[in-house]
Design a protein around this ligand. Structure first.
Ligand code: PEP
Ligand code: MN
Length: 338
């Protein structure tokens, strides 16, 4: 339920309504807007009629049900866009944030070289996988903790915050120790124990869409993280499975305007996994920005032909720089900046 307070409600009055919500067995989630304070009452749907009695309070304007099954993620609860801050980087604001780097961290030289190159081209977050979710158990599985340390070194050298994937609940602490943003990969989007635990990790979370996950299921996954107490969730469209086989996945750019309508969370697009081929990354990156994405996640490798994972979809640094220049022009055309 959404409890809208009358404008000018004092801190004491807000605290009083929060106390009453808690006493009814719900968790208050308070959003202080410029004009009004809105409190989402989160909990078991069955007893929600009791919350309606709050309408009799002097300070309460209205009590209405949240119609969507996802609650904290819904625009019904928060109409303004959410902003996720990572160091000096603002995700969900007027600038399109480009996160770039290799699929996997492979060596010190590789990650430091690519970090310097993507920074020079205008990326503001460095990506790189240390724990890799590979389809085959015989494929390169990542440098694990050593990879995390190399990413941290690249951050010291460049100042770029880092995003890297966490695959298992018992690795969250070590990944969170090094990373600025925790990535939940497509294959783990419905790993509910992992989602609950990253909700409590205190670091922003980038939640990729699963390859067979509907937008509603994806937002319910985001709800696990949000309801675990972590408001800093970024959604990342990375392509879904369809009958089409000329591309690795089908990048669902419909998701961008649909999500912008349904949720206040920032939306990022990954044209690298979405297409699986470096030649298509530029077009889909530009299309994503034109569609209203708040950011891009792009794989860049100094020598894609030698990459230990996802070489065919990785851009060389020079091409990445050229793509950045074109993305910036598209961003300006839609009243954004890079
Ligand atoms: C990745 O970002 O390298 C990755 C494995 O992505 P996804 O989970 O989208 O496949
Ligand atoms: Mn990859």
């Amino acid at each position: 339920m959404i409890i809208v307070l009358k404008s000018g409600a004092s801190d004491g009055e807000i605290a009083d309504v929060e106390r009453r919500i808690t006493a009814m067995g719900y968790r208050p989630h308070t959003i202080r807007g410029q004009l009004r304070t809105v409190i989402g009452a989160i909990g078991d749907d069955r007893g929600k009629e009791r919350l309606r009695s709050l309408e009799s309070l002097e300070t309460v304007e209205s009590v209405t049900p949240i119609l969507q099954p996802f609650k904290l993620a819904s625009r019904e609860v928060r109409s303004a866009n959410s902003i996720v801050r990572v160091g000096g980087v603002v995700i969900g604001g007027s600038k399109v944030v480009v996160m770039a780097g290799p699929c996997s961290v492979e060596s010190r030289e590789q990650v430091l070289e690519v970090a310097a190159r993507v920074k020079a081209a205008g990326a503001t977050v460095l990506r790189g996988g240390a724990f890799k979710p590979r389809t085959s158990p015989y494929a390169f599985q990542g440098l694990e903790e050593e990879g995390l340390k190399l990413l941290a070194e690249a951050r010291r050298e460049t100042g770029l915050p880092i995003i890297t994937e966490v695959m298992e609940p018992d690795k969250i602490d070590v990944v969170a120790e090094h990373a600025d943003i925790l990535q939940i990969g497509a294959r783990n989007v419905q790993n509910f124990s992992l989602l609950r635990k990253v909700g409590a990790a205190g670091k922003p979370v980038l939640l990729k869409r699963g390859m067979s996950t509907s937008i509603q299921e994806w937002l319910l996954s985001a709800e696990y993280v949000l309801s675990g107490g972590n408001p800093n969730v970024i959604l990342c469209e990375r392509g879904i499975r369809t009958f089409e086989t000329t591309t690795r996945f089908t990048l669902d750019l419909n998701a961008v305007p649909v999500l912008k309508k349904l949720t206040h969370l920032p939306v990022v697009v990954d044209p690298s996994h979405g297409t699986g081929h470096w030649e298509y990354v530029e077009s889909m990156a530009m299309a994503a920005v034109a569609a209203g994405a708040d950011g891009l996640l792009i794989e860049v490798h100094p020598r894609p032909e030698e990459a230990l994972s996802d070489g065919p979809q990785s851009l060389k640094p020079d091409r990445f720089a050229a793509v950045m220049a074109r993305i910036a022009r598209v961003a300006r055309a839609v009243d954004r900046d890079v």
